[in-house]
Design a protein around this ligand. Structure first.
Ligand code: VGL
Ligand code: ZN
Length: 204
């Protein structure tokens, strides 16, 4: 498991300024990620990829508004504006993302009743995406995670990487966060506690 792999999380139009679930300054990561990716032989991209009417959309819960929380079958779920609907422009990767050598695209959040921030394990914490098996089969044991958003899909992916036995680092300058009620500080402290390293893209 000596190989290293870059995991580029959710660099999609809906997470860019002006998008349905805009991450502040989310567009700033694109050029940094392109540059970082040139230093990796193995690159995996992820896409948030929801069906219409997804359980994480506030619009699926009458009377509820985006950024409130509800309790679903698997526990608490933040409600979001409709975003990253399968096949839409908002769900497409940012047009300036330039990583032609990326080898796998993991699409997650495609079960109507289960969200998935993590590229490994859906929010029910039981349903796998297959990514751990793919990485193991390819001997890729050291993962560098970047993209959007730091405090949701990036953090959950890095934490689940550690839980699955991988080495994991987050490329701090190649991420941007949403920061909902302290979620960004909490994400960094959870990642530190789990042994996720924090690196700068210039040091790759
Ligand atoms: C994300 C909220 C909802 C993310 C995805 O990519 O961080 N956040 N869906
Ligand atoms: Zn989503």
């Amino acid at each position: 498991m000596s190989g290293r792999c870059l995991i580029v999380v959710d660099v999609q139009n809906d997470f860019m300024p002006g998008g349905a679930l805009a991450v502040p300054r989310g567009d700033e990561v694109v050029a940094l990620i392109n540059r970082a990716a040139a230093r990796f032989d193995a690159v995996v991209l992820t896409q948030d990829w929801h069906p219409r009417g997804h359980a994480s959309f506030a619009s699926s819960h009458p009377g509820r508004k985006p950024f409130e929380s509800v309790t679903l079958a698997y526990g608490s779920q933040v409600l979001w504006p409709d975003h990253c609907v399968q096949g839409t422009h908002g769900a497409a990767l940012h047009p300036a993302l330039d990583i032609p050598h990326a080898q796998l695209v993991v699409r997650k959040g495609h079960h109507r009743d289960i969200d998935s921030y993590s590229a490994f394990l859906e929010a029910d914490r039981r349903t796998g995406t297959g990514l751990a098996g793919y990485l193991r089969e390819r001997g890729l044991g050291t993962l560098y995670v970047c993209g959007l958003a730091t405090d949701f899909c990036v953090a959950w992916t890095a934490l689940d990487a550690r839980a699955a036995g991988f080495e994991a680092a987050v490329i701090e300058d190649a991420c941007r966060g949403i920061d909902l009620e302290g979620s960004l500080a909490r994400a960094w402290s959870d990642m530190a506690a789990a042994g996720v390293r924090r690196v700068a893209s210039g040091a790759l």
